[in-house]
Write a protein that binds this ligand. Sequence first.
Ligand code: S3P
Length: 165
Amino acid sequence: MNIVLIGFMGSGKSTIAKNLAQKLGMKVADMDNLTVEASGRKNIKQIFEKDGETAFRELEIKIAKKIAKKDNQIIATGGGAIMNKIILDYLKMSGKVIYLKTSIESIFTRIRVNGDRPLFQNFHEIKRLFKLREPLYKAYSDIIVVTDKKNLDQVVEEVLTKYGR
Ligand code: S3P
């Protein structure tokens, strides 16, 4: 069984994945990192610039398919993975899906518009994406953990409790 973390950019998926993996003696599969590795590019920004978002999404599907075949992993998805039903189908088959629910206000205090995230650039676009995706995160998850006003340890503890560990 895997644990699949979903949520908007800045919800803490990668950090929480590392922490959970350590506590549970599981491996981390960070989809953003694996996608960059598979692309041969330096980072996500470069994939978007040189190859475009569609190429990035295609790679994301390949990575999801590959990691869904493995076990004992905490999977940190990219924030847009839920826009692609194929990805969610692969991941859902492989484990429990946990939504790290974070308000747009918290997200704006946690991450900066600095170019690292190609889709976190324009205030109105970010809000539009958030509204569009929020119901999908909810619909696809087995467990919801609200991260607002909680530190890393508190979120991890709540994930473990709700997951039954
Ligand atoms: C994206 C989120 C990013 C990364 C890419 C696209 C999105 O991951 O996959 O920039 O569409 O929300 P994080 O959620 O880890 O920032």
